[in-house]
Design a protein around this ligand. Structure first.
Ligand code: MG
Length: 501
């Protein structure tokens, strides 16, 4: 909406939003400011706003503003008023718009709606979309149901509720449990044997409370967010926004996101960026050309925390990802007389070609800040020692258990190629000689303690070994991450992580 109205009208936008916290005075509800490019305000702007608030000496109110009916689309002009002793209210206009209309129009320029419609019409195709009682439901109803023809029965929880119906609208295997069950999966992402005789839809998707994140599921099959962005890149021909604009020029992932995207970028000769966690880093790359740098658009990016997007906006976009996957399905199912090519087929073919990056994340929440610091500092020391050895012997490696060889270690530091800003201490990386990785990050050092996140990833090129449950495939690396390198129990007393995703 900001981008659509940027030419002289919208300088920026104040957004009342929260991913999964309900509204109300006692809730942790967010107010964000996005700038004219549509993306989150950079630190330079938020710092300036904060400094300005320190100089506020008076607050003026403008009384007697007539009530505007927010249910009616149209423009209301409020005339200049000097009737108040508190100050003068200049003439201004309030326009109530249909945000869904704007968004649907934008999406219709990015995707081939007819092809998606044809897919949704197939008698052998069914889908299930869960709005998790968040704001996405309004968009999904208009776009998936009214415009693209999905049956109403395919859309669940698409009426937004102030308290999300008591649910936690987080599109992952834990919180989107109703959808996960309908799709024949367990919360570990494995096949739910108790549902093995049930009818399961071919495609499942969910979004979070403010619609920016997404989860994609196939029939009894979970697509990891890291795989999702890689597979969208490999299937860019299915998406007119990419295909009709000369194909992808740049792709990017947040550092902890698996390296699946790197394999695609290498094979398709795409410029790849590995950036710190935070969408503004992607936004900068998308705006590179307008800031006098090289043009990386069309651009695709994603992060392991269920965020996917392209340069059509400057935020992650959940429904965009849903339509991207429907487009990919439609692309692989152009002949309606042949059996349906499933999400699982598409992902497995992708792994056969590019290899599979087994991936999981361990979160240790609410750790005492001092304990978390000790753990991270010990890892930092290990990195320094390793790098010192490497300086005297460039072939230096360390043998770990399970036949893994530690080849490269560092603390991730990012120099933004667009504005040259530097982001330090963005995660500790331990990279094995076979490309497997363990990454540690510390976040949320507030009053409730810190969260240690451990990202564990193993690359498997051999198609005969790509069918293991993730937990089994990563067993040895998890042992290395938790015990050998991290020594997490020793430092934090935690025997198990709070959440595994
Ligand atoms: Mg969100």
């Amino acid at each position: 909406m900001i981008r659509e109205r940027e030419n002289g009208i919208a300088y920026g936008g104040i957004i009342l939003t929260a991913s999964h916290n309900p509204g109300g005075p006692d809730e942790d509800f967010g107010i964000k400011y996005n700038t004219g490019n549509g993306g989150p305000a950079p630190e330079s702007v938020t710092d300036a706003i904060f400094n300005a608030t320190k100089k506020v000496t008076q607050i003026k109110f403008c009384p007697n503003i007539p009530t505007i009916d927010l249910t009616k689309i149209g423009i209301t002009t409020i005339k200049k008023s000097t009737s108040s002793s508190n100050g003068v209210c200049d003439t201004f206009t309030v326009e109530v718009i249909d945000a869904v209309e704007d968004y649907a129009k934008l999406l219709s320029t990015l995707f081939d709606f007819n092809k998606i419609r044809t897919l949704l019409n197939r008698s052998d195709f069914s889908m299930c979309y869960d709005g998790l009682s968040g704001v996405a439901g309004i968009y999904a109803t208009r776009i998936l149901q009214d415009i693209l023809g999905a049956p109403a029965s395919a859309l669940h929880n698409c009426t937004p509720l102030p308290d999300f119906g008591g649910h936690h609208p987080d599109p992952n295997l834990t919180y989107a449990h109703d959808l996960v069950e309908i799709m024949g999966l367990t919360r570990e992402g494995t096949i739910n044997q108790q549902k093995i005789n049930d009818h399961v839809p071919d495609f499942g998707a969910a979004q979070d409370g403010d619609a920016d994140r997404n989860m994609i599921l196939g029939k009894r099959f979970f697509v990891t967010p890291s795989d999702s962005v890689a597979i969208i890149a490999a299937n860019q021909a299915a998406i007119p926004f990419f295909a009709n604009n000369g194909g992808l020029k740049g792709v990017a992932r947040s550092m902890p996101t698996s390296c699946a995207l790197d394999r695609v970028a290498e094979s398709l000769n795409l410029r790849l960026f590995e950036v710190p966690t935070g969408w503004k880093f992607f936004g900068n790359l998308m705006d590179s050309a307008s800031l006098g740098g090289p043009d990386y658009n069309p651009f695709l990016c994603g992060e392991e925390s269920f965020g996917t997007g392209s340069n059509h906006v400057r935020e992650k976009d959940g429904l965009w990802a849903v339509l991207a996957w429907l487009s990919i399905l439609a692309y692989h199912n152009q002949n309606s007389n042949t059996p349906l090519v499933s999400i699982e087929n598409i992902v497995r073919r992708h792994w056969e070609k590019f290899g599979r990056n087994y991936y999981c994340r361990y979160d240790y929440e609410g750790v005492q800040t001092a304990d978390a610091d000790s753990c991270i500092n010990a890892l930092r020391t290990r990195i320094t020692n390793f790098q010192n050895q490497k300086q005297t012997n460039s072939n230096y490696t360390e043998t770990l258990s399970g036949g893994f060889t530690l080849a490269t270690v560092d603390e991730f530091r990012y120099v933004d190629p667009v504005d040259n800003s530097v982001s330090d201490k963005q995660g500790l990386r331990f990279i094995m000689s076979d490309g497997s990785r363990i990454v540690y990050r510390l976040s949320g050092t507030g009053s409730v303690g810190a969260t240690i996140r451990v990202y564990i990833e193993k690359y498997e090129a051999d198609p005969t070994k790509q069918d293991k449950p993730t937990a089994e495939a990563l067993k040895e690396l998890v042992h290395i991450a938790v015990n050998e390198l991290g020594q997490i129990e020793k430092f934090t007393g935690r025997k198990e992580p709070t959440v595994i995703t």
